[in-house]
Write a protein of this length. Sequence first.
Length: 143
Amino acid sequence: MKWLAALISCTLLSAPALAREIEPAERREGYLSATIPVCADPSVLAEISSDFATREDRFWHSGLRIVAYDKIRPVAWRAWGLDYIPRQFCTGEVLVSDGFRRRIDYVIKEDLGFIGIGWGTDFCIVGLDRNYGHAPRCRQAGP
């Protein structure tokens, strides 16, 4: 009896997994369109600057601000596959008001803004991830 159970389990485990056709998320979910701003779009950078200033004031009482952006470039588009919500991963450098240049990694996400309306961003500035939300060294903010 044990021999038969072992044979059946080996047969089931060795069978190839049933594959499914990958369908883009915007075809599967009617509200998605895969249209999000590019990495260097001024509205994206303004939202990041505003969120950074709010975070620094509210939680860390530092008064730091993003002064300038440089070397902004895309890293990956839909890095997790077509059947996930469209995301654009970006990187670049920022000049912070303390005088230091730091790397910034961020993602622009479709329909993941405030309460799911419009695009949203999530960012991490290396050296200023004080709550380790994207640790280590902002790697969790990338693809």
